[in-house]
Design a protein around this ligand. Sequence first.
Ligand code: ZN
Length: 443
Amino acid sequence: MSDSTNILDVRLYQKGKLLETGISIANGRIVKLGRESALPAAAETIRARGLLALPGLVDVHVHLRDLGLSYKEDYLSGTSAAAAGGFTTLIDMPNTNPVTDSLDRLREKMDLAKGKILVNVGFNLVPKSLDTIAETKDLAMGYKINLVKQWSDLPTDDTTLRALIERVASIGKITVFHAEEGSTVDELESRLKGSSSLKSYYKAHPPEAEDEAVARVLGCTHERRARIHFCHVSSTGSLRLIRKAKRQGRHVTCEVTPHHILLSEESSSRLGGISIMDPPLRRRQITGKLFAALKGRAADIVASDHAPHSLDEKTRPSWWNIPPGIPGLETTLPLLLTEVAKGTISLRRLVEALAERPSKIFNLNCGALDVGAVADVVLVDMKRRFKIDSSKFLSKAKYSPFDGRSVRGRVVKTFVRGRLVYDEGRIVGEPGTGSIVTPTTED
Ligand SMILES: [Zn+2]
């Protein structure tokens, strides 16, 4: 009874159904679901008065920064933002300073993160050589390759990519791609960089550069075991190629981001430098198709691509010098719950795309509210309407292209392994409450 909580009177979302029930948690796990009278006694009781209980969300594309980039975000501020946004498990990206390209670098990150994180965090790695893959197999969640900007010493020619994908597959892991063809973008940039118009930035990152990269990756290997995941898909051509690979029985998955489905190139002149992303926002006719792909499961999951920068960096005078990306952990869930309230996507599909599927794709043992499962739970008030206010973000990046947007669905409480870490706008958990997730973690 020492480490136990009963959360009473929730609308619980489980296996595609909404139940009115209560959750009993002991020692970090869900031990029973049921009405108050059916639950075992607990040290703590929370009356949720009809709040929606969701499995803690999973974001497989997060840049927590820290180390040499801690002015942009650190493990505590980034995981605080996650808890406030309903995310309890994150996968961090390796383009840090220094780059996470070896076993030592990965261990360094884990040691530093351990005492700071509020939610669970696993780490992707960008190998500096092919041998790094086997060396890091017990600690790295996945292997990330950026085709538009090389992050490590490992080249990204076809022969290397083939060997990389096959080696990653041989240890049962996943290769994760930022698919945009670097040579195409470089050539366009060198031609267009003289222009100061925002349109030129968009022209330098056309959807075709993404299609080209997706086609190249998929053509590199026909190894059936290979699991390949494409980040932030933003073109109809790449969706088509991914759909075809899936039909061939290949283990290919992809994500879309809230900004690629809810914003468009047309809104970028109003938004200015904040709207610089990579891949960039697309034209409205494409963004509608990306949203449809999410609904229809051609796009498997949603990831925030939380990529914080300082406001100074995002407001540099030249588009070409603005680092791409925005903070997304605190806006993803309310933006998408607003779509649920509008009836444009179902709650069932949303929970699948934000919890169940990312957990399965990355072999994480979370994403469902079942008896026996780890008690990562988020309580949401679907009745609460509010405006996105980036000045209140817990992320260090206090700006958003969604600022001022009216949304519905406020995260009220976030539990990580049964511990309350976020409560009504405040962080109440101790740094270090989250766990480092590794492929060998039992849960
Ligand atoms: Zn990213």
